[in-house]
Design a protein around this ligand. Structure first.
Ligand code: PEP
Ligand code: MN
Length: 344
């Protein structure tokens, strides 16, 4: 449930509410917004809820108690009406600005990564992406450089100053990947790996949770709730396309999901039109649509020579494609009164 204290409620009065909630068996999450403070409470048995609401409403400093009916609580907008802003270095997600994350699907060589990092940074990217641990549908497919790839990402950050996002697939790798990454990525295939969600939930690193390719929005928010209940509330939700009957594209990018999620949750939303379409020529138009629909950030794959890419070459933008895309996205955002994110 969500408790709305009266405006001008003192810290002492807030503590009184918190103490009562804890006595009743709830765990308490306080969100101090510009307008008002909101107290979220989860965890006590449903059977005791009516009595708890009565006791809370009897407190003079309580304005209203709102039961959160959604099955996911901490990530729901009922629970926290204000947008969560996730800060990564000087880049903010969820504050109204538009950020761009770009880089190769997979870290292949030092030259490939560094040349891409420099090119996307010069063109206006805010965050560098690159996979060191790659999910591969075929066991014979390339599965990434592993720790060596992480070291190359760290070097690219040193040189360019851009924060780095990379995927973690195995709960046993969370500590190692966190030592190199500014944002941990949970891939579409791992969205329902609950052991991984719990481990990343305990990590002190922002996380980008991709939507599973056959997951509903509600299942996706449940996965985010796993992260939040384990302590990590710095969550970005990434729409990356879903499986449909359509075969013209690799996936069907669900543009609806952007405003739907923003109405249901306070978490920032990232759009990935690269995996969402699987085709280079479609990446820019779908990226523009995602920004128009309200995405907080766009992630795209870029490669120095897509024809030789070890993975996802068909959807990789060239450096020139990316240089053309950034001003287009800036223009769409500006038309909606949104600035670009700041980067160092
Ligand atoms: C990726 O970002 O390269 C990736 C593997 O994405 P997804 O998990 O969305 O397939
Ligand atoms: Mn990829």
């Amino acid at each position: 449930m969500v408790i709305l204290p009266k405006p001008n409620c003192t810290d002492g009065e807030l503590n009184e509410i918190t103490t009562l909630l804890e006595t009743l068996g709830y765990s308490v999450h306080i969100s101090k917004g510009v307008e008002r403070t909101v107290i979220g409470a989860v965890g006590a048995p449903d059977a005791d809820k009516a009595a708890a609401i009565q006791r809370l409403e009897a407190l003079p400093q309580v304005d209203r108690v709102v039961p959160v009916l959604k099955p996911y609580k901490l990530v729901s907008r009922d629970f926290q009406p204000n947008n969560t802003v996730v800060r990564v270095g000087s880049v903010c997600f969820g504050d109204g600005s538009l950020s761009i994350m770009a880089g190769p699907c997979t870290v292949e060589t030092p030259e490939q990564l560094l040349s891409t990092a420099r090119a996307v940074k010069d063109a206006g990217a805010h965050v560098l992406r690159g996979g060191a641990y790659k999910p591969s549908t075929s066991p014979y497919g390339f599965q990434g450089l592993g720790e060596e790839g992480l070291r190359l990402l760290s070097e690219a950050r040193e040189e360019t100053g851009m924060p780095v996002i990379t995927e973690v697939m195995d709960p046993r790798d969370v500590e190692l990947v966190s030592a190199h990454a500014d944002i941990l990525q949970i891939g579409a295939r791992s969205m329902t790996n609950f052991s991984l969600l719990k481990e990343v939930g305990a990590a002190r690193r922002p996380v980008m949770l991709k939507r599973g390719m056959s997951s509903t929005i509600e299942e996706w928010l449940h996965a985010a709730e796993y992260l939040a209940t384990h302590g990590n509330t710095e969550i970005l939700l990434c729409e990356r396309g879903i499986r449909t009957f359509e075969t013209a594209t690799r996936n069907t990018f669900d543009v609806n999901a952007i405003p739907v999620v923003q109405s249901l949750s306070h978490l920032p939303v990232v759009a990935d039109p690269s995996h969402g379409t699987g085709r280079r020529a479609l990446v820019a138009p779908v990226a523009r649509a995602a920004v128009a629909a309200g995405a907080d950030s766009v992630m795209v794959e870029v490669h120095p020579d897509p024809s030789s890419a070890l993975k996802d070459g068909a959807q990789a933008l060239t450096f020139a494609d990316f240089r053309r895309l950034v001003p287009e996205l800036r223009a769409v955002a500006a038309a909606l009164g949104r600035p670009m994110a700041i980067s160092d």
